[in-house]
Write a protein that binds this ligand. Structure first.
Ligand code: PLP
Length: 489
């Protein structure tokens, strides 16, 4: 018996949701009908898409509706009770409730709800660490209270010092994220970066080599967390390594925050008690609005709270309201059950894929995501991604460890179960999806460019197969309506 995808009880009932969304669209339509149409069309598109994108989800109507209002009109720079603007009492109420939910849910001493996204949350964390570990000690040594009190020469020295710090993060092709010190991102321009990776044969995180690299490199920051690693991570061990070399442990749980909230990842696998600072998005497994959040130990709280205006623009009070709603939902037993089903579904999907002869990086999963190595089908990630899309299955390509096809074409397909689990799909459905994916990849051949040379992008998928798979995927979705009670008029 699938659990209903909407949170009707929280949102005030099915009829209320339909009425609310229709009323909102009617108001928008009076000003710019094309926007109302596009919003409505997006619902149809989402309903018709078999979404296996590991970083996406469907927020509840209550979460969505909490964002569409006049809270957006308010400037509220500063922190709760200490704003640079007048009249922030209701924003204070909202931010305080959201922060309390976050602290209780994750057992964190401090929570900062203002980051606008996951990248912003990491920026806040980086600068909190630099302020706490580099800037404050320098001010203390010189006897200055504030950076404005430094001489030009001391200021220049401090700035140079801030630019000389080291960061150790997970390699991109092992599943790390661009914000963990890679050159295309500002983190790579701010820090000297080195990577730790996975064992080339097992694909599993290699803690011994991480320890060895940390001892040699002596980073200021060790970053844990990932976007594409299908296994649990031992954060207690990472903290031990960080302590040994005097590094701050920052864990970016953007992808798996919902599994931490839902108590599927506990003990050594729960980063919050082990990391000095934990950052996250709120819209992936956590199923809230698009946004970010920072949790930290008390010693970093003061600097984390300076995120705005340090690196963030003014807070988004309407999004903080939606974060509070989503965090309230995440504290329920229903959400714990959801988080467990996300992982159960990922395991069922992995089993189904393995039984049909697919190769999975690390041989399976114990979180919400799976990486299929599509080279066994003779394909690049780019070809596989496009063929699956033709067959109505939405995934994204992703590098695999030591990827022979590089970061653009790749050799992997990343899939995840958070969204389809919200829709109510179960283990039996996952087995059917494994069949659809395997059939599609099996009937896809690598193609050639205009000159007849092998291409890493072109492919040929049997049209009859694509139609058949898309029809079956459509049937599966019809059995599990999305925002099922919402009927747009
Ligand atoms: C998704 C992700 C981010 C970025 O989040 P945005 O909200 O898109 O800025 C950061 N870190 C990790 C590990 C992620 O998976």
């Amino acid at each position: 018996m699938p659990t209903p995808p909407t949170n009707a009880g929280i949102a005030g009932g099915a009829a209320a949701e339909s009425t609310a969304f229709n009323a909102a669209l009617a108001v928008v339509r009076q000003v710019e009908p094309r926007i109302a149409d596009a919003i409505a069309a997006e619902l149809t598109a989402q309903r018709e898409s078999l979404k296996l994108i590991a970083s996406e989800n469907y927020a509840s109507p209550a979460t969505l509706l909490a964002m569409g209002n006049w809270l957006s009109d308010k400037y509220a720079e500063g922190t709760i009770g200490r704003r640079f603007y007048a009249g922030c009492q209701h924003v204070d109420t909202i931010e305080a409730i959201a922060a309390e939910h976050a602290r209780v849910l994750f057992g964190a001493p401090h929570a900062y709800l203002q980051p606008h996204s996951g990248i912003d949350a990491n920026l806040v964390a980086f600068w909190a660490i630099l302020a706490h570990r580099i800037e404050s000690p320098t001010l203390d040594r010189i006897g200055a209270r504030h950076v404005n009190d430094l001489t030009d020469a001391d200021w220049a020295t401090l700035r140079a010092d801030l630019g000389q710090q080291r960061m150790l993060g997970m390699a991109l092709d092992a599943g790390g994220h661009l914000t963990h010190g890679f050159r295309p991102n500002i983190s790579g321009k701010m820090f000297h970066q080195q990577s730790y990776g996975v064992d080339p044969t097992t694909g599993l995180l290699d803690y011994d080599s991480l320890r060895a690299t940390a001892r040699e490199f002596r980073p200021l920051i060790i970053v844990g967390g990932y976007s594409a690693y299908p296994r649990r991570v031992n954060f207690a061990l990472m903290r031990e390594i960080a302590d040994e070399v005097g590094a701050t442990l920052l864990v970016d749980m953007a992808h798996f925050a919902g599994l931490v909230a839902g108590k599927v990842l506990t003990g050594d696998h729960d980063p919050v008690p082990h990391a000095h600072i934990t950052t996250t998005t709120t819209h992936k497994t956590l199923r809230g609005p698009r946004g970010g959040m920072v949790l930290c130990q008390d010693e970093y709280a003061e600097h984390v709270d300076r995120g705005c205006p340090m690196v963030l623009g003014g807070p988004l009070p309407h999004v903080m309201a939606a974060k509070a709603v989503a965090l309230a939902e995440a504290r329920t037993d229903t959400f714990r059950d959801y988080a467990q089903r996300v992982v159960d579904n990922a395991c069922a999907l992995a089993d189904g894929l393995l039984r049909r002869g697919n190769r999975l990086v690390t041989g399976g999963t114990d979180n919400h995501l799976i990486l299929i190595d599509v080279t066994t089908h003779g394909l690049t990630g780019r070809q596989a991604e496009a063929a699956l899309l033709d067959a109505g299955i939405v995934t994204n390509r992703n590098a695999i460890p030591n990827d022979p096809n590089g970061a653009w074409y790749t050799s992997g397909i990343r899939i995840g179960t958070p969204a389809l689990t919200t829709r109510g799909l179960d283990a039996t459905d996952m087995d059917q999806i494994a069949e659809l994916i395997t059939t599609t990849l099996h009937h896809t051949q690598p193609g050639a460019d205009a000159g007849g040379n092998p291409s890493k992008a072109k492919y040929r998928l049997d049209a009859a197969i694509a139609t058949k798979v898309a029809a079956e995927a459509g049937d599966l979705l019809e059995d599990h309506p999305l925002y099922g009670d919402v009927a747009l008029t």
